[in-house]
Design a protein around this ligand. Structure first.
Ligand SMILES: *Cc1c(COP(=O)(O)O)cnc(C)c1O
Length: 391
C-alpha cells in the first residue's frame, strides 16, 4: 500500500504541495501572518469588506444571543427554524425567483443540487473552467457528462445536440456554468447560452459565486445586470464571498425547490446552519441590496480600476505559466508584505499557474497603489514566461 509520505513528496517535487498558513488576525485587508508578520491581504473573496465589518459582527453576536448558536439537526428532522425560512423568502424576493433553498456552503449546494436534478438517462454539460464543486456534483449525479471548451458557444451547441440524442424519454439536459469565472475573472456569454438552451430544451444552472454582491442592480449578480434573471432555471451562489459569512444557495421555481428538499443529500443529511448565521446572512443581504451596498460596490470598482483599468471583475489573474514561477512570485510579494496567492493545478489547467489578486471595497487606495508598484517591479525583473505546454 502506498504511504502518504510518498504522495506528499511527489506533490512537493511537482511544485504542487499545499501548506496551511496560520493567520493571527481576523480576515481583513491588513492581516498578521504567522512567520511573515503584518501584510496586506489581496487573497480573500470578501469583496465588500463585510466579513469583519463592525456592523455584521455586532449583528451576528446579537443573533447568537437571540436565536441560539446551534441548530441541533437536519431541517427535515428537527423542524426548520423560522430564521431559515425568513432568509430563503428574502433571498428569493431579492433574486426575483419563486423560491430558494440554502445550504451550509456553496460547495454543498453544488454537490447536492446537481445530483438531485440529474441521474441516469440525463446529461450534464459543464464549461471546462467550472469550479471543482460543480464538477464533483456532476460526477456524483451518475448522469452522462460532457465538458465544453471555455466559453466556446459553437462547441456548446454540438454538446447539446449530442445530449438530445443521448437522453432517455423524459431525460433532462443541464447546462452548468459560472457567470464570473473564479480563477480568470472573465464572464460567460450568458445571453447566447440562454438562447441556445431555450431553443434546444435544456436547463441552465448558473453559479454566481463571484458575481453576487458585486454585479447588477442591488448586487443581484450578472444575470440581473443583463436582465436575464428570470431566464436562469437555477441561480446558484454562496454567502461566503461578498456576503462575508458562510453558506450556499440555489433559487428556482417552487416545484424544483420542493424537489430539492426531497432529494438534495447535502440538505437532507446535514445539520442546518446555525439560526444565528441564517439571520445574519439575511442582514448581510439587506446590506448588499441597500444604498450602503451601492456605495461599497462603487468603492470596489474604483479599487479594481486603480489596479487595472481594463479589469472586468474583482478577480485579476496574472499568468505565470510554471508552478515554480508562480510560487516564487508569490513569495517575493510576501517578502514585500503582500499576500497574493499562487494558483496551481488542479485549480487551474497545467501550465497556467498564476498569481490571483482579489480586490475588496475595504482596501485602501494606498494599498492598491503599493501592490501595483510591487507587481510592476515583479514583471520588470522576471523572465518572460514560456508558452504553456501540455505534458
Ligand atoms: C467559492 C465557490 C464555491 C463554493 O462556495 P463556498 O461557499 O466557499 O463553499 C462554488 N462555486 C464557485 C464558482 C466558487 O468560486
Amino acid at each position: 500500500m502506498r504511504r502518504p509520505e510518498e504522495e506528499l513528496l511527489e506533490l512537493e517535487r511537482a511544485g504542487l504541495r499545499r501548506y496551511l498558513r496560520r493567520l493571527e488576525s481576523p480576515q481583513q485587508p491588513n492581516i498578521d501572518l504567522a512567520g511573515s508578520g503584518p501584510c496586506r491581504n489581496f487573497s480573500s473573496n470578501d469583496y465588500l469588506g463585510l466579513a469583519n465589518s463592525e456592523e455584521l459582527r455586532t449583528i451576528f453576536a446579537e443573533n447568537i444571543l437571540k436565536y441560539g448558536a446551534g441548530s441541533g439537526a437536519s431541517r427535515l428532522v428537527c423542524g426548520t427554524m423560522k430564521q431559515h425560512f425568513s432568509l430563503e423568502e428574502s433571498l428569493a424576493e431579492l433574486k426575483r425567483s419563486e423560491a430558494a433553498l440554502t445550504f451550509s456552503s456553496g460547495f454543498a449546494a453544488a454537490t447536492s443540487v446537481i445530483p438531485a436534478l440529474c441521474g441516469k438517462g440525463d446529461v450534464v454539460i459543464l464549461d471546462k473552467l467550472c469550479h471543482a464543486s460543480l464538477i464533483d456534483g456532476a460526477r456524483l449525479s451518475g448522469a452522462k457528462l460532457r465538458v465544453w471548451p471555455h466559453n466556446d458557444l459553437e462547441k456548446l451547441r454540438t454538446r447539446i445536440a449530442w445530449a438530445n440524442r443521448q437522453i432517455s424519454k423524459n431525460g433532462r439536459i443541464l447546462i452548468v456554468t459560472e457567470s464570473i469565472f473564479s480563477m480568470d475573472g472573465d464572464r460567460a456569454p450568458l445571453r447566447e447560452i440562454i438562447e441556445m438552451k431555450n431553443l434546444q430544451g435544456a436547463l441552465l444552472l448558473l453559479d454566481e459565486a463571484h458575481a453576487f454582491g458585486v454585479f447588477g442592480p442591488q448586487g443581484r449578480g450578472l444575470a440581473a445586470e443583463m436582465g436575464l434573471e428570470s431566464e436562469v432555471d437555477f441561480q446558484m451562489g454562496t454567502f461566503s464571498k461578498a456576503a462575508g459569512l458562510t453558506g450556499g444557495y440555489v433559487c428556482a421555481n417552487r416545484a424544483f425547490i420542493d424537489l430539492l428538499v426531497n432529494r438534495a443529500r447535502g440538505f437532507i443529511y446535514s445539520t442546518a446552519p446555525s439560526p444565528a448565521l441564517a439571520a445574519s446572512i439575511e442582514s448581510a443581504l439587506e446590506m448588499i441590496a441597500g444604498e450602503d451596498g451601492d456605495r461599497k460596490r462603487d468603492t470596489l470598482w474604483e479599487r479594481i480600476h486603480l489596479l487595472d483599468s481594463d479589469a472586468r471583475s474583482a478577480i485579476i489573474p496574472i499568468l505565470m505559466g510554471e508552478n515554480e514561477t508562480a510560487l516564487s512570485a508569490s513569495d517575493t510579494l510576501l517578502e514585500k508584505g503582500f499576500l497574493v496567492p499562487a494558483i496551481r493545478y488542479p485549480t487551474v489547467p497545467r501550465g497556467s499557474a498564476r498569481l490571483r489578486v482579489t480586490l475588496s471595497a475595504a482596501h485602501e487606495e494606498g494599498d492598491v497603489l503599493a501592490l501595483k508598484d510591487a507587481l510592476s517591479d515583479l514583471q520588470a525583473h522576471s523572465e518572460p514566461t514560456p508558452p504553456p505546454h501540455e505534458p
